[in-house]
Design a protein around this ligand. Structure first.
Ligand code: FEO
Length: 170
């Protein structure tokens, strides 16, 4: 039987991951309306990855005999005015998610739940990649966003992002 607090935090994290998917879909929606299909593609794939994260935790809880309770997913509430706004919001959001994962990790460690610690190792690594990717996006926009041709090239580069299923399988 899993520690109650750890199970609760994992259950909440399903909601947070699905909210992340919704937030990224909102970003894809914003870029799509701006005619930047490459940026939209990037965030559509990001949204799929977040759904995967939620499903991994959902399955992990089920595999460990826990009951999952699904709550309402909040409306994405960020206002985007410039092409940079979603990129910065994404980076701040990933830093927030890293904090959430770290808190679950610490809770699992504190009750010697090594199975959950091991499960979360993948998420800790993933958050490192997510933060790097979101920081890189800001950097690229700073470098190229002011020039129409360079923005076009960046959009084309982002259009090439392909979805791949998470390396962690349960
Ligand atoms: Fe599921 Fe972007 O972290």
């Amino acid at each position: 039987m899993m520690d109650k607090k750890v199970a609760e935090l994992l259950n909440d994290q399903i909601n947070k991951e699905l909210y992340s998917a919704y937030l990224y879909l909102d970003m894809a929606n914003f870029y799509s309306a701006q005619g930047l299909d490459g940026f939209a593609n990037w965030y559509e794939i990001q949204a799929k990855e977040e759904q995967d994260h939620g499903m991994l935790i959902y399955k992990y809880l089920h595999n460990n005999g826990e009951t999952v309770t699904l709550g309402a997913i909040a409306k994405p509430d960020k206002e985007f005015k410039t092409l940079m706004d979603p990129l910065k919001a994404a980076h701040v959001h990933e830093q927030y998610v890293t904090g959430l994962i770290n808190a679950i990790y610490a809770a699992a460690q504190s009750v010697n739940d090594f199975r959950t610690v091991q499960f979360l190792d993948w998420f800790v690594k993933e958050q490192g990649e997510e933060e790097k990717n979101s920081a890189d996006m800001i950097r690229k926009m700073e470098l190229f966003g002011g020039d129409a041709k360079a923005l076009y090239m960046l959009n084309s580069e982002l259009a090439g992002r392909a979805y791949s299923a998470p390396s962690l399988q349960l």
